[in-house]
Every structure is written in C-alpha cells, then in structure tokens.
Design a protein around this ligand. Structure first.
Ligand code: FA5
Length: 374
C-alpha cells in the first residue's frame, strides 16, 4: 500500500487508474463467464473477489489517498466491485440451475422400468397339474385327503388284500424302512408304493358316504429312465356310498377327462387285476389330440397316442369287499369305486414331454415354458 500523500492523485496510482480498474472488472467478468461449473466459478470467485484479488487490493489503496481523491477513486472501484459481484451472483444462479436440471435427469427414477429383473419363481408343473386335478374333484364335492409317505406295511399291502407273498412286496419293488416283526400283528414299515393306503386311512377316519381325492408322492425301486422314476406322484380317488357301480366310476373319470382335456372325449375299460378292487380295470381315455383319427391312417400319425387312438390313464375298479371289511365298512350296505394314476405320465402326454428325467432334474429351462403359475 502506498503511504498517505497530500498531492496524491488516484489516476497517478497504478492500481487505481480507470483503465486498470476496467481491466480488473472485465477480467473478472470473463473468468465468471468462462467457468463451466460451480467448482470453476468458486476458483474464479476467490481470484477476482477474494482478499488478494486485484480489485480488493485496489480498494485498499483508497485508504491511503488524500480525502479529496478518495471519493472519486472509491466510486470507480466500488462500481467495478458492484458489477463484478452482480455478475458472480448471476453466473452462480445460472450454474446452480444447470446443475439442478442435470441432477434431475441423471438421478431420475424411471417408474416404467420393469421392477422385477430377477424372474419370479413358480411352482413345478407336477404340483400345478396335481392341484388342477384336485380342483375337478373338489368341485364335485370330494374332499382332499392325505396320508404319510413312510407307511405301515399293513396299510400299504395287507389292508389292501395283498397276499403275504405278493411279488410287489419284494425288496426289489418296495423300499423297506423296517422289516416285518416276528409276531403276526407287527407290521413292517415301507415308503408307500402307491396312494391306495390313503383309501384305507380315509375309510377308518370317516363314516360313509365318503368321497376323497388323495394326491401324493410314492416310491418304488424303479430305475430312473425316460418313462420311470423311483419317486413319483399319484392321485387316488375313492368313493364309498350306497349303490355305487362301475357306471359311476366311468362317468366320474369321463368328467375328469373332459374337464382336463376337452369336451366330447370318451373313456374305455380294459380288464385288469388289482388285489384291492374287484372287478378291476385299466382305464384309457380317447386321445385328445387325434380323437382316434390317426388309427390306421399313416398319412396323419399321432405322436401323443402313437396312433393307437387311446391313452392309458391308470388302474381302477370296485373296492374289494375284503378291503371294506378291513376298514370297518359293511360291504352289504355300501359299495365303492377307486381309481389311481400317475401325474408324471399325465404331464408327459398332456404336454408332450418326452423324458421323465426332465421333471426331476430341477432345470428351470424345463419348467419355464409352463408359465409363472404360483
Ligand atoms: C397302482 O399303483 C394302483 N394303486 C392304482 C389303483 C388305484 C388301481 C385304485 C385300482 C384302484 P400301478 O402300479 O399301475 O397302479 O400304478 C399306477 C400309475 O402310476 C401307472 O399307471 C403309472 O402312470 C404310474 N407309475 C407307475 N410306476 C411309475 C414310475 N416308476 N414312474 C412314474 N410313474 C409310474
């Protein structure tokens, strides 16, 4: 700072010359205009309005001027500082507005973007098919009944009229958890080989009339291949009432077939043998794809029924009176029918699945095309 000087003329002081003040002013304005963001503007602010900026230093020179010169120099510097601080505030507002607009765009939440990039899971088609079948029977007034998968040999075989030496009891067909005891009333324990033991449990638990549908997992010592699995699912049907006949059985299954596969389809019975039904039959449904038209017609073969016109559904028959007696039901008063079939096999022909192993391997590429049923 210069020393006080009576003959001091502000125009003579280098920093206070009008052209110097003008230069400081326009340099400050140019620096603010050139600042591309708030950070650069902050730098420019310190350089041009801070305590060591040329205008602040020039302002300090005024204090050393004689009183008569102070007013003019003060006016010149004050005006320049006023213009500079206005320009700074304007640029500051401009850059803040730009930043806010940019942040709004960059940080915007697009509410139309799908929120579930991780696809939702879904239940296995075996489960949904089994439930669809249950629904058909529940709509007819049937009740869903379940039983244990680890089952007493008595329920799985004896009560169902299997002879003690029936081949199905052999170790090579049945998974035994515990062998039969030495006394007559000591049942062995098996992994149930079918859902038919739930028939007996349902009859012991209820008074007739009884209408139950019994879905569940069953186990056999079968090798896993394209058409067999050692763990599979069955659905069992049992109706006990006065005066039931094979006609009721056939009509009931036909209703199920039409509900699941389409109107107008018929069924047929072929004689068979099961110890727990008498008479027993194998039940076939008319092929829902070709409706029999592929039979003897090599021009239009049918993959679903192998051009046989019929698809095998499962076993059925009138409940053997011996089973009714074992379950405490009077065979003179009541009769009943039963039907049991495999869900994996139904899923195969209903959806053209060629290999049952696909159903058990848990690969989502198999289940995904069935849709997101939950
Ligand atoms: C039975 O299990 C009888 N309980 C069915 C029954 C119920 C008859 C009521 C009469 C009255 P079967 O052993 O045939 O029957 O088996 C029934 C169905 O299970 C077969 O038609 C087939 O669809 C399915 N099945 C059998 N073994 C396997 C296997 N290893 N893998 C997949 N499905 C199988």
């Amino acid at each position: 700072m210069s020393a006080p000087n009576k003959s001091y003329d502000p125009v003579e002081v280098e920093a206070l010359k009008p052209e110097e003040i003008e230069r400081m002013r326009s340099e400050a304005l140019a620096a603010f205009a050139a600042a591309g963001d708030l950070e650069a503007l902050h730098e420019a602010k310190i350089a041009h309005t801070g305590p060591t900026s040329p205008l602040s230093l020039a302002n300090r020179e005024i204090g050393a001027l004689p009183p008569q010169a102070k007013a003019e120099a003060g006016k010149r510097v004050g005006m320049a500082r006023g213009v500079v601080s206005k320009a700074l505030a304007a640029r500051q507002a401009e850059l803040e507005a730009e930043r806010d607009a940019r942040v709004l765009v960059e940080e915007a939440v697009d509410v139309t973007v799908p929120y579930d990039r991780v696809p939702a899971g879904a239940r296995h088609p075996l489960t949904t098919l089994s439930e669809r079948i249950e629904d058909v029977f529940v709509a007819m007034g049937y009740e869903v009944a379940e039983g244990p998968e680890v089952e007493a040999e008595w329920f799985n075989f004896d009560a169902l009229n299997f002879e003690p030496d029936h081949p199905a009891r052999a170790m090579q067909d049945t998974f035994f958890v515990q062998g039969r005891g030495t006394k007559d009333d000591e049942s062995g324990v098996v992994l149930r080989t079918h859902t038919s033991p739930v028939q007996v449990r349902s009859m012991l638990d209820r008074e007739p009339p009884i209408y139950v549908v019994c879905p569940g997992r069953v186990y056999r010592t079968d090798e896993l291949d394209a058409t067999h699995t050692p763990v599979f699912n069955q659905v069992e049907l049992l109706a006990i009432d006065e005066g039931l006949t094979m006609a009721d059985l056939k009509g009931t299954i036909e209703h199920m077939v039409r509900s699941l596969f389409g109107e107008g389809l018929t069924t047929r019975l072929r004689p068979n043998y099961f110890p727990f039904t008498e008479p027993s039959a194998e039940l076939d449904m008319q092929c829902y794809v070709c409706r029999g038209e592929s039979v003897g017609n090599p021009e239009a073969p049918c993959r679903t029924c192998s051009s046989e016109g019929w698809i095998e559904l499962g076993g059925c028959g009138m409940v053997n009176p011996r089973v009714l007696v074992a379950a405490g039901i009077d065979p003179e008063k009541y009769s009943g029918f039963a039907f049991g079939f495999g869900i994996e096999r139904m899923l195969m022909f209903r959806h053209n699945v060629e290999d049952m192993r696909d159903m058990v391997e848990g690969d989502v590429r198999f289940t995904r095309p069935f849709g997101m049923e939950i």
